[in-house]
Design a protein around this ligand. Sequence first.
Ligand SMILES: Cc1cc2nc3c(=O)[nH]c(=O)nc-3n(C[C@H](O)[C@H](O)[C@H](O)COP(=O)(O)OP(=O)(O)OC[C@H]3O[C@@H](n4cnc5c(N)ncnc54)[C@H](O)[C@@H]3O)c2cc1C
Length: 265
Amino acid sequence: MKPARFDYARPASLDDAIGLLGTEDVFAKALAGGQSLGPMLNLRLVQPELLVDISRLPELAEVGEENEGLTLGAGITHAAIEDRRVPDVTAGMLPRVAGQIAFRAVRNRGTLGGSLAHGDPAADWVTCLAALGAEVVIRGRAGRRQVAVADLMRGAFETGLEADELLTAIRVPRLAGGARWGYYKVCRKIGELAEAVAAVVHDPERGVYRAVVGATHGSPIVIAEARDAGAAAEVMAAAAQGFDDYETQVHEVALRRAFQALEQG
Ligand SMILES: Cc1cc2nc3c(=O)[nH]c(=O)nc-3n(C[C@H](O)[C@H](O)[C@H](O)COP(=O)(O)OP(=O)(O)OC[C@H]3O[C@@H](n4cnc5c(N)ncnc54)[C@H](O)[C@@H]3O)c2cc1C
């Protein structure tokens, strides 16, 4: 199928883009890499009247490294992270996860901000970044706010973003020297979304031992005090909503293997 008719705008600045979004009379959607929005337009699952192309906004390409961590513009692609064209403060977790997203063609265009704003529970960044304790910077007509990645999703394909708001950056805390991480996703074929995802981050110096289970029916499950795979699986089972026996088992396997990867890492 082909998309329904829409108008197209490529604003020159972030403020101009925000000005075009969330108006009462025009249903507008931001277009970043188009890797999720494109298929949705073609299937007519979404029919905006106006596409606001944010893919060339310089503000969304900015990168900053500070002592506390890294700020990545929301327009940074998965491929730029995979290729280490941006700095890494996570002992290799960000590049490794980026390299596991779909195919190279998707990674060349798909962006951090687009992935988080799309709100797919099975996406990689929401689980990985929630485990790292990352935050998103959001800009809209009302100003700027910052939200933990773990709190951004409200349900499957639902986020707390208002219609006039854009994700502008992702702030990732720096892991200390002795920190370790593990990441595992169950995915039958490359290019298909995951059946289960688990990420674990242990940073003793910062008092962090966090596990996150993704590919749920809604928001990721954050286990703040994860000590081992067994204890984490119990917390997950109590928190998970709507998992059948197979889903519970496959998520337990993902958690166990993420902990194994952390121990071996
Ligand atoms: C074949 C295929 C396989 C895939 N496999 C995986 C996978 O294994 N793992 C995975 O994680 N993902 C996967 N994806 C999704 C991919 O990672 C997309 O890149 C990502 O989900 C969307 O990013 P985008 O930049 O293309 O956003 P777009 O498609 O342009 O936009 C997606 C949504 O986010 C909104 N949006 C975009 N940017 C912003 C912003 N800065 N602020 C606010 N709203 C914004 C748009 O309005 C739209 O609603 C796959 C996609 C395809 C096509």
